[in-house]
Unconditional design. Sequence first.
Length: 193
Amino acid sequence: MSASVLYMSMSLDGYIAGPNDEPGNPGGDGFMRLHEWFSTPDGELGRPSGPAGELYDEWDSTGAVLAGRHTVEQVDHWNGNHHGVPIFVPSHRPPGPSVANYPLVTYVTDGIASAMAQAKAAAGERDVMVHGAYTAQRALAAGVLDELQIHQIPVLFGRGRRLFDVLPAQIELGIVRVVDTPAATHIRYRVRR
């Protein structure tokens, strides 16, 4: 059965983006440090070897993406191609003009629950990859986020954009799996309902 899964690399102190996160500096200062865990032996971003590579394969096998507007606009919707699957963007405003060039990108204006339902329908039996702090918080509040895959990076940012700055209530999680690699500890949680 399809699950909605937040995939997020995060500093030990809870930051998913560094300071100065803006269109000219997507992810902010130091952002790439959070993604070094999926580097190849020559230092390029890509499928790593070992257990981290298996996690990368899992991420790359998702059937749809649900991402927040801030996230997709920072990267121009991944040029319309996030590993070849449909991309759904919950938003109360119409998309910018570049989206017309990206047939896999759909803006959903009737709420996060509708966006998630459309993403799950598009994903079929595969999982839905969720991106974006604000979108994750909204999905948790609406009860439509099933799991969190957090790649905990051994670094303290001290400032930037936190993953869970604002939540409407306490949310209980159950640990599904922990994979420890030299570059990160990868913890998968299930949202308890």
